[in-house]
Unconditional design. Structure first.
Length: 559
């Protein structure tokens, strides 16, 4: 559904949430970057996607639903087959006084409305859904996809032929269908990675969902070679090379969503193993608020990225979402009046109007060499995927000193440890102190399913730990969990969110860094100055119903 920019301006500005000047600026940025205006407004924190959708629904005089809290029944979905729901971009929600409630991405589509009325024989009550919410609604058709998946896999495994020409076998319909079915199911399950692991007598397919690995299906040994050959062909890798690791990429489209796959293949004891990282190119990058930054932490980050120079570091272990946070910051900073350059390993997402370089150690292009080259490209903002060594650290620090804003990641457990870590790498304390603007430490934890959330009381051991180790008064703390439902497949969790501690570099902390004191002293001073620790941020998210106390305790390592 296309709404004219002038009409959209009236809708949004009239709400009082976005000043006219800010809307005009966002509209210009949207034209420059080829993005929807609403995306820019969400990135900049003027409104969230739910508020924007409600404004559009009010303008259209139709209902609105936040699909994060709605579980459509199987009986309701049966009112309109999935293929028709996808074609006409509508999902049945159920009946109200014999009228059909219909979620639509475009409630002004007269043809679709007329079809639904004729097909169901009922009067309609249309609801507006944002593209993101409509995709979530449509995915509910896949809630019971496991049976279809198992049937498709078993039928095509039986048809797959053993032996013969490998290239021909990889292009046979059964093998093609097996891989397509696996990927379709992975997307339906919101998996971030697909693992294909060759064992002695079979092949295990596993998905990583919300950080946890789960077994999906076991395939017979005869499928291994043609299946991996199929992946190699799609990824433009060497079909006959089985002795060394290979990396590649390919794209596919599932339910109108463009999916990019980053493929890694390594030789194992019994055969080759594959991991495919799923990157949803069609999806809008998450805003800082959607990542989990809120309150004081959010304001500190927003203020820091407005600085013309200096360094912002994001720290945490592998898999804590550091790169995702950097991409969100880049999205906010990406305007036509700045030059942004990055050096990454690997490049996760292509960003419009950003110069991105892929690290290539074999060609002599490491982080330090790439960063040195980028300095000659007249950048205003630079992103370094990771600071791993003294040379990269020194170049990044000197770049920040000479008028550039530098974003990067570092492997430390908390924010306070980032400063001594730079000094340990060989950066002079006074240089680290004068260039660093902000350190963000983070972890990823699982979010409670918003459909089946309920308040509860944790067990006695958890309560005792909160009192003894974290000095929490349980009587003043609310606790929530998910009961388990069809939407979250009984787990009680759906998606992940970050917990953070954000350390601004004050004058006191600069002095401590110059003196090369230990991280404990820096942390003590930061707390005295009011820094919200990761544990405190986690407890705030527990009280707000975002996650469980068990998730926070598991993620936060005590000092």
């Amino acid at each position: 559904m296309n709404i004219a920019p002038e009409t959209l301006k009236q809708i949004v500005v009239r709400s009082g949430l976005v000043p006219e000047a800010e809307f005009d600026n966002a509209a210009q940025t949207a034209r420059d970057l080829g993005r929807p205006i609403e995306d820019i407004l969400v990135f900049r924190g003027f409104l969230n996607s739910a508020i924007y959708s409600k404004l559009i629904a009010d303008y259209l005089h139709v209902g609105w639903l936040d699909m994060k809290h709605v579980l459509v029944s199987d009986d309701a979905l049966a009112l309109l087959p999935q293929n028709l729901a996808k074609t006409y971009k509508m999902v049945p929600l159920g009946l109200e006084n014999e009228k059909l409630k219909l979620a639509m991405s475009d409630p002004t589509d007269v043809e679709a409305l007329e079809f639904a009325k004729r097909f169901t024989g009922r009067e309609l009550i249309p609801f507006y859904l944002s593209p993101e919410d409509f995709s979530r609604a449509l995915s509910q058709y896949k809630r019971n996809f496991k049976g279809e998946f198992d049937k498709a896999i078993s039928e095509n495994v039986a048809k797959a032929e053993e032996g013969g020409d490998l290239k021909k076998a990889s292009e046979d319909l059964p093998v093609v269908k097996i891989l397509d079915t696996i990927m379709e199911y992975a997307v339906a399950q919101r998996a971030s990675d697909v693992h294909i692991e060759t064992q002695e007598t079979d092949v295990i397919v596993r998905f990583r969902v919300d950080g946890d690995l789960r077994d999906i299906v076991r395939l017979p040994e005869k499928i291994e070679e043609p299946l991996i050959a199929r992946i190699k062909i799609l990824s433009n890798l060497k079909l006959d090379e089985r002795r060394i690791p290979q990396d590649g990429r390919y794209k596919l489209t599932i339910n109108d969503e463009v999916i990019a796959l980053r493929v890694s293949i390594i030789p194992g004891f019994y055969g080759e193993n594959v991991v495919m990282r799923i990157l949803r190119e069609s999806a809008r990058p998450a805003s800082l608020e959607e990542l989990g930054l809120m309150g004081k932490n959010l304001e500190l980050v927003k203020n820091a990225i407005e600085a013309p120079n200096g360094m912002i570091l994001v720290t945490g272990p592998t898999g804590s979402g550091k790169t995702t946070t950097l991409y969100s910051l880049l999205t906010i900073l990406n305007t036509i009046d700045v030059k942004i350059c990055t050096i990454e390993d690997p490049i996760e997402y292509g960003v419009s109007r950003v110069t991105q370089i892929q690290v290539n150690p074999k060609a002599g292009l490491d982080f330090a060499a790439g960063l040195r080259a980028l300095l000659r490209h007249d950048p205003d903002i630079m992103m370094v995927g990771e600071i791993r060594d003294k040379e990269t650290a020194e170049i990044a620090v000197h770049s920040a000193l000479t008028g550039h804003l530098v974003l990067s990641t570092l492997h430390t457990n908390d924010a306070a440890s980032a400063l001594p870590r730079l000094v340990d790498m060989g950066v002079e304390g006074y240089l680290a102190a004068s260039t660093l603007n902000l350190v963000i430490a983070q972890r990823l934890i699982r979010k409670i399913c918003t459909v089946c959330i309920k308040e509860y009381t944790p067990d006695a051991a958890v309560m005792a730990k909160l009192v003894a180790e974290h000095h929490i008064n349980p009587a003043r703390q609310k606790f929530y969990k998910g009961e388990g439902c069809a939407e979250c497949h009984g787990s009680g969790f759906l998606g992940r969110i970050g917990i953070y501690e954000v350390l601004p570099i004050s004058e006191k902390i600069r002095t401590l860094v110059t003196k090369k004191v230990a991280s404990d002293e820096i942390l003590k001073t930061a707390k005295e100055e009011g820094m919200t620790t990761m544990m405190q941020d986690g407890l705030n998210k527990v009280s707000s119903g975002f996650t469980t106390i068990e998730q926070v305790l598991q993620a936060v390592t005590d000092d």
